[in-house]
Design a protein around this ligand. Sequence first.
Ligand SMILES: [Ca+2]
Ligand SMILES: [Ca+2]
Length: 238
Amino acid sequence: MNWGRSIAARALLAVVCAACLAAQEKAEPTQNTQPQTPGVVSTGGAHAAVFDSEKRPITAGGFVDNGPVIFQDISEKAGLTRWRHVMGTPEDAFIIETVGSGVALLDYDNDGWLDIYLVNGSTYDAMSGKTSPPHAALFHNNHDGTFTDVAQQAGVTNDRWGFGVAVGDYENDGWPDLYVTNFGKNRLYHNNHDGTFTDVAEKAGVALGNWSTGATFGASSLLPSTPLLLLWEPIIPA
Ligand SMILES: [Ca+2]
Ligand SMILES: [Ca+2]
């Protein structure tokens, strides 16, 4: 995951959207000329293209030469650039090397400041024990614009080929827990309330062992106060 590239892309998107809104205010309203089919609800109409000062269509990905700076890339200053995401080989020969990994924003120590958990992938050498596995990062918010990776101390390095992460307080004790999905067994990191976590996936019966990608917590109508764990696993043809 490239934090700098991600933040820069979001900043560019915000600038383009602001330009689109400004230009649309000046544009003449147009009639919805789309044919209506009985029984089908149309939620959008046909609109004329919006052009920038050089006659390039903004709505088709055009650019503007100036505008307010909305975001700044402060990831290095914040201490977030030393961690590296690893996902297989540069060749991307297998599908598991081409996707992932997830991120969670949570206040794991309940100090009122958001912290960041970044899932890492792995390599075939690490999976076979030839090299040390890449580790996930738990960036603790230092309350001054900087973060410190405390994954090792917190016991949440995962050290497996990770894909996704979901945050939920699965036993309703007021402290957020983490569920990390992997190629292989998953982890359910129980929050110990002291800055550390314990993997209880086996004990809880949610380790599985195939390939899990996305996950989320939800509540059922029968047990509204008890979050359930929902998983997505890729279907691989035999
Ligand atoms: Ca915090
Ligand atoms: Ca909890």
